[in-house]
Ligand binder design. Structure first.
Ligand code: FE
Ligand code: ZN
Length: 242
């Protein structure tokens, strides 16, 4: 099986849309298109035709490009069954335990409620990659708009059970803000201090800082390192107020 080609497309102020191509089948999938045009252009530049969109949750900065991309390409849109009413462009509804595929690359769907009530993630186990939308960020986690700290704690524990090498494709460049906050709640963590310095340098040079990895998050992410839902909730409330 040839490796998936995964392209990061920065859009809006800090969103990342992920363009995923399987050369064996010719399939090209887009995770969470906030907008259509830059994604269509990125695909066209490579000679790829978009066959699929996979949404992680209903927020407009993850679904805003659905309709225009479907009109332009006839692609199939897959997303969370629990948010069907809020994503009227969905063709295929999935939920935790389902599998979806891009060619021979199989992703399992995880239910990761908390940021939104029906939020899902897509885990390509054989490819060592997971698309998490707004559930986990580099050194951060999503806000608890429609769920609880208990749910987000369960999500972090499940993500933390993956191999260190697993690449985590999140939907925003929040890394610098998250790192600056993380050092305030975990001031003695040397790996975190080193990562903050590296991220400051990368951002100053205009570089992206994602995807991240489960290993890096296990070492530095205060939400993944929280040992209880209560602790995660306390840290989340501090971050919301920061
Ligand atoms: Fe969101
Ligand atoms: Zn978002």
């Amino acid at each position: 099986m040839t490796a998936l080609e995964i392209v990061r497309i920065p859009v809006l102020s800090d969103n990342y849309v992920w363009l995923v191509h399987d050369s064996a089948s010719g399939g090209t999938m887009v995770v969470d298109p906030a907008v259509a045009d830059p994604v269509l252009e990125a695909a066209a530049e490579r000679g790829w035709t978009i066959t699929d969109i996979w949404n992680t949750h209903w927020h407009p900065d993850h679904t805003g490009g659905n309709a225009a991309m479907k009109e332009a390409t006839g692609c199939t849109i897959t997303g969370p069954a629990a948010e069907y009413a809020r994503i009227p462009t969905l063709d295929v509804q999935v939920q935790g335990g389902d599998t979806v595929r891009l060619g021979n690359h199989i992703a399992s769907v995880w239910d990761v409620p908390a940021h939104t009530a029906g939020h899902i993630a897509y885990h390509f186990a054989d490819d060592g990659a997971i698309f998490v939308g707004d559930t986990m960020f580099a050194m951060g986690c999503g806000r608890l708009f429609e769920g609880t700290a208990d749910q987000m704690f369960a999500n972090m524990q499940k993500l933390g059970s993956l191999d260190d090498a697993t690449r985590v494709y999140c939907a925003h460049e929040y890394t610098l803000s998250n790192a600056r906050f993380a050092v305030t709640v975990d001031p003695d963590n040397e790996a975190l201090a080193a990562r903050l310095a590296a991220v400051e340098a990368a951002r100053a040079a205009g570089e992206a800082t994602v995807p991240t990895t489960i290993g890096a998050e296990r070492a530095t992410n205060p939400f993944l390192r929280a040992t209880s839902a209560t602790e995660l909730g306390r840290i989340r409330a501090l971050k919301d107020a920061a």
